[in-house]
Each structure stands twice: as structure tokens, then as C-alpha cells.
Design a protein around this ligand. Structure first.
Ligand code: FAD
Ligand code: DLZ
Ligand code: SF4
Length: 511
């Protein structure tokens, strides 16, 4: 009997669990461009264009294989503009014996699908998404007996289980982690290689035009759109990265430079998250580059750890801790998000560069997200909901399962230490060490107080002092708190006042 099979905008894999038993001549695949998904957060224009362009290309690909696709366009006059609405509409327009759904990447839709299954009036099967290296059951088993969840230990188990970068029972090179070698500052005069981005196909150009017309007031520019939208485009971009860029990925992984949005990063998160690339396959191919002697171990291990370790770990944490995770606010952060996060209009050269690149590309690399915007939002005390909303809005690779543990966990410590063991708070000295931003900044990176001093410096000690009751007993913060204690009461009060003045001056107002 005929089966209706839903494919979401980030489920564009040939091997999708919901399609494994597809009977092309009998079943119908439903794909729908809907306003609800484009606006539940008001995504960057490039994120919507990427999704629609890739969905259209995938529908064409399926159709070419003889599959019947019910494809609902964003400008279809009968569009109900929600996924559930489109499921109901498809069911009224055809006779189906059952519905097959692959589990979605976030709680919001998982709950909607559960409610749909309970009331649809026909069998609805929701299958686990198997495009991850670690299943839900495997992660739960790993987490069950742990007092704390630490990525590093999870990662080692994943290395053993997959055999990635293993020489028998031992890690390649005798160590699990080569991060200590991955913290070089960009040497003066050295520039990252030019990146060839993907030119939009005719299909993608159509999607870009639709987004320009229908979502004109969303954040972001469309002019420099360069994301792969098909498996072939994603493969080509990956091949170029593996051959030309990966060898230096490790050395400059944490470096930042003005006007250099890509550095030596992979630019693969959008394609992996949408299903155009398979994460395990990407790791295996990176390993092959190392085994062939074409890239050093520190680069390849660092790259594989991000995918096999961090990506799988945050996904596990999200589903383990959700929905409470999305309500956590360990530091009682209660301020508004300053307007310059959107406009980029700030004299902080580092922040201005990240925001303008984010607007142009729907991308910033990891250390910019973590140590510039994330660190600043945390030290300002911006409410986690506002921070989540910003990260979900501005990045083309943003999906709640990966965005939220990174934002609420790694970057702002709103989860109180589930993802990371301490807040990544840092003053201007860190940014100066890892970038060339400070030379071109109106603020003095050495200044400690007053309007001309680097805001990261003005915020740093006050952040620790304000959060003393919540952070004082964190073993990894023992050193800075000892320093703070040594300052004496009067100086600590002055540091608090300095940080408060900086918070208000930057526009982080009480909610
Ligand atoms: P590379 O540096 O080349 O890394 C290779 C791959 O490793 C990435 O494509 C990604 O799949 C994976 N990866 C690396 N770091 C992480 C991480 N911390 N968590 C999960 N996967 C990782 N990544 C997203 O995919 N979506 C998000 O919404 C997202 N939000 C983030 C928010 C904050 C505050 C922070 C600090 C990080 C966030 N990340 C997110 C993780 C990381 O910044 C991006 O995956 C990365 O910048 C994507 O660019 P790339 O492909 O060039 O990555
Ligand atoms: C991100 C996105 C956007 C912008 N639009 C659609 C859409 O119109 N139709 C669709 O099926 N999926 C879309 N997506 C992806 C979903 O939001 C994503 O599947 C969920 O957030 C779960 O990860
Ligand atoms: Fe950023 Fe401070 Fe450096 Fe300016 S001085 S670029 S605000 S870290």
C-alpha cells in the first residue's frame, strides 16, 4: 500500500532512514517549503536560499530516479506554511496506508510529529536519524555512568569504535589530542589561501530570487552566496579542502585575521548538517590524506575531532538534556542583546569584523563564534534566549541540536558546565594574541578602565566578581579568583562598577 514519506530541508541524504524501503513506483515523497520553518527564527537570507535551493535540487534528483515527489513551493497559493499542515494536506489529496518520518533535528518538530502521530488516523512511523556516527542509545549508554560528560573521553571511545586514526589499540602518533600544536597566531604577512566558493546553479539562483522577494527584511546579504546545494557540489568543495587547505588546518585553527572570514576552515558544516555529506565519510577521507602523507597528524586529528568528537557529543547532549536544556540560565544572565550584534556598528574592531562577515556570508569560524561574540555576550550577561536567537538567526549551519549546546553550553556557560568545564571568559589579551584585530581598533587593548579601554578588559574581572557565588568553586577558575581575592574589597567593588558601566555603555540593558 502507498506510503507518504516526509523529507525535511536538512534530510537531503540518499541514505535517509525514512527512504531505505522506498518503492519508487508506489510511494510519494513529500517536501515542503513553508514559512513556519523560515521564520520560527528569522533565519539569515542565505540559510533560507540554501535550504530551498538544496531541497529543489534534491527533489529533481529523486524525480530523475523515478520517485514521485510532492513538492510544495513557498509561493504555492494553497501552501499551509507549516510542515504539519502540509502533511495533512497531502493526506487529504491522496490515499495512503501510512506515513514514514525521519526524526527531526529539534524538539519543536519532534513534539509536533508526536502529536501528529497520535491524531493522524493512520499509522505514522518515526524512524531514528541514522546519519550520525553515535546513535541515541549508544550515547545514553556512554553517559549513563558518568558523573560529568566530557567530550575528550567520548571522543576516545568513538575513535576506538570507528578505528579512525588508530594504530591497533593505540591512537595514531601515540596521543589522542594534538591541540597544543594548534594554537599558532597568524604570522605577519602570511595570508590564508583564496577560497573557491560554489557558484549558484540556476536552481539555486531561483531560490535566491524567491528569498530576496519574500524575505526582504531578514538579516543578511545574498550577494556572496557560495554554499554547495547538491552532493556533487559538496563533494567538489570537500575535495578541494582536503587537498589544498587541510594540511594547515591544525596550525591556524584558533587564529583570526581581519577581513579573512575563512582562514583554513573546512566550510563543511552546512553540507554535513543538511545531509549532502556524510560525517563518517568526511572523517575517513581526512584520515586517508594523513595516511597518504599529504597532511600532518595535528591537522587531521584536529579536524576529525571536531566532527567525530564535538559534533557527535553536542548532539548527544542536546537529546539527553532536552527540553530542560533550552531553559537553563546558570549565570542568571538578564540583559538585552546590544544592537550592534545585528548592525555591526561598533568601534570594537574584532566584533565589527565578525558581524560584517556574518552578514555577508552567514558564516563565522569557530573561534570567532566562541571567543568574540560568545565571550562578549556571556561577559555582558545577555539572556541565553536572546543569544540563542542570534546564533540560530545568523548562521547558515544553525540547527538547534548543534547551535544550542555550543551557545548555551560551550560559549556562555548557561548550562552550568554540562558541555564545558569552565566559562571561556577572556580579556582583550587573548584576542590580541590570536588575531591582528587590536592594531586597527579605537580601543586600547592594554587599557583596563575608562571609555578608551578595551571593553573585553573592562568586563572581564567584573564578570568573575558578579558571578562569584556561582563560579568560585570551579576548580579551573581557582587562579583568577585567587588574583581577584588578592585585589581587596575596594578594588573588587571598583571592578564591578567598571564592568557595569561597560555593560550599559555597550547597550546590554536590564530586560
Ligand atoms: P571546521 O572548523 O572546518 O570544522 C569541521 C567540522 O567540525 C564542522 O563543519 C562541524 O561539522 C564540526 N564542528 C566543529 N566544531 C564543532 C562544534 N563545536 N560543535 C559541533 N560541530 C563542530 N556548528 C554548526 O554546525 N551549527 C551551529 O549552529 C553552530 N553554532 C555554534 C555556536 C557557537 C557559539 C559556537 C562556539 C560554535 C558553533 N558551531 C556550530 C560549531 C562551529 O563553530 C561550526 O561547526 C564551524 O564553525 C563550521 O565551520 P567549518 O565547517 O568551516 O568548520
Ligand atoms: C531551515 C529550514 C528552512 C529555512 N526551511 C525549511 C522548509 O521550508 N521546509 C523544510 O522541510 N525544512 C526547512 N528547514 C529545515 C528545518 O527547519 C529543520 O528540518 C528543522 O529545524 C529540524 O532540524
Ligand atoms: Fe577587540 Fe579589544 Fe582588540 Fe578592540 S582592543 S579589537 S575591542 S579585543
Amino acid at each position: 500500500a502507498r506510503v507518504l514519506r516526509l523529507v525535511l530541508g536538512d534530510q537531503l541524504s540518499d541514505s535517509l532512514a525514512g527512504l531505505t524501503d522506498l518503492e519508487a513506483t508506489r510511494d510519494v515523497v513529500l517536501m515542503a517549503e513553508v514559512r513556519d520553518e523560515a521564520t520560527y527564527v528569522r533565519h539569515h537570507k542565505q540559510k533560507i536560499a540554501l535550504t530551498f535551493g538544496a531541497m529543489r535540487a534534491h527533489a529533481n534528483r529523486l524525480a530523475a530516479q523515478g520517485v514521485t515527489v510532492r513538492y510544495v513551493r513557498i509561493d504555492d497559493p494553497d501552501n499551509t506554511h507549516s510542515i504539519i499542515g502540509e502533511l495533512h494536506r497531502a493526506l487529504t489529496n491522496g490515499a495512503y496506508a501510512r506515513v514514514v518520518i525521519t526524526e527531526p533535528g529539534e524538539v519543536r518538530l519532534a513534539e509536533a510529529f508526536a502529536a501528529f502521530a497520535a491524531t493522524a488516523g493512520l499509522p505514522v512511523e518515526i524512524r531514528e536519524d541514522r546519519r550520525f556516527i553515535c546513535s541515541h542509545a549508544r550515547f545514553r549508554r556512554w553517559a549513563a555512568d558518568k558523573r560529568e560528560l566530557r567530550m575528550e573521553y567520548f571522543y576516545r571511545e568513538m575513535r576506538r569504535e570507528t578505528g579512525l586514526l588508530m594504530d591497533g589499540a593505540e591512537p595514531a602518533g601515540g596521543r589522542w589530542n594534538f591541540d597544543a600544536e594548534n594554537r599558532k597566531k597568524l604570522t605577519r604577512g602570511l595570508r590564508p589561501p583564496t577560497r573557491l566558493r560554489t557558484a549558484p546553479s540556476a536552481t539555486t539562483q531561483g531560490a535566491i530570487a524567491d528569498v530576496a522577494r519574500l524575505f526582504p527584511d531578514h538579516f543578511g546579504d545574498l550577494d556572496d552566496f557560495g554554499w554547495p546545494t547538491t552532493v556533487e557540489e559538496a563533494e567538489a568543495a570537500l575535495e578541494t579542502f582536503l587537498a589544498r587547505i587541510l594540511p594547515a588546518f591544525g596550525d591556524w585553527q584558533d587564529a583570526m585575521a581581519h577581513g579573512e572570514p575563512w582562514m583554513w576552515h573546512g566550510l563543511v558544516s552546512t553540507a554535513i548538517n543538511m545531509g549532502l555529506l556524510d560525517p563518517l565519510d568526511v572523517c575517513r577521507r581526512a584520515e586517508a590524506v594523513y595516511r597518504a602523507g599529504a597532511a600532518p597528524l595535528n591537522a587531521v586529528e584536529g579536524f576529525i575531532r571536531q566532527i567525530l568528537g564535538w559534533r557527535e557529543f553536542v548532539r548527544g547532549v542536546y537529546w539527553l538534556k532536552t527540553p530542560e536544556y533550552g531553559r537553563m540560565n546558570f549565570l542568571d544572565a538578564d540583559r538585552t542583546l546590544p544592537w550592534f550584534f545585528w548592525s555591526g556598528e561598533t568601534d570594537m574592531a574584532c566584533v565589527a569584523d565578525v558581524v560584517s562577515a556574518t552578514r555577508a556570508n552567514a558564516y563565522a569560524h569557530h573561534i570567532q563564534r566562541l571567543m568574540i561574540t560568545g565571550n562578549l555576550a556571556m561577559m555582558l550577561g545577555v539572556h541565553p534566549d536572546a543569544v540563542d536567537d542570534w546564533y540560530m538567526t545568523v548562521y547558515a549551519d544553525a540547527y538547534e541540536w548543534v547551535e544550542m549546546p555550543n551557545t548555551r553550553g560551550m560559549a556562555t556557560f548557561a548550562d552550568g558546565g554540562i558541555v564545558g568545564s569552565k566559562p571561556y571568559a577572556a580579556s582583550g589579551a587573548y584576542i590580541q594574541r590570536m588575531s591582528d584585530y587590536c592594531g586597527g581598533c579605537r580601543y586600547d587593548v592594554k587599557g583596563k578602565s575608562g571609555d578608551g579601554a578595551c571593553p573585553f578588559n573592562r568586563l572581564y574581572w567584573g564578570f568573575l566578581e558578579r558571578n562569584r557565588p556561582r563560579l568560585r568553586h570551579n576548580a579551573r577558575l581557582a587562579m583568577p579568583y585567587r588574583t581577584l581575592d588578592g585585589f581587596g574589597e575596594a578594588k573588587r567593588a571598583a571592578l564591578l562598577a567598571e564592568a557595569e558601566a561597560a555593560r550599559l555603555a555597550l547597550g546590554a540593558a536590564p530586560i
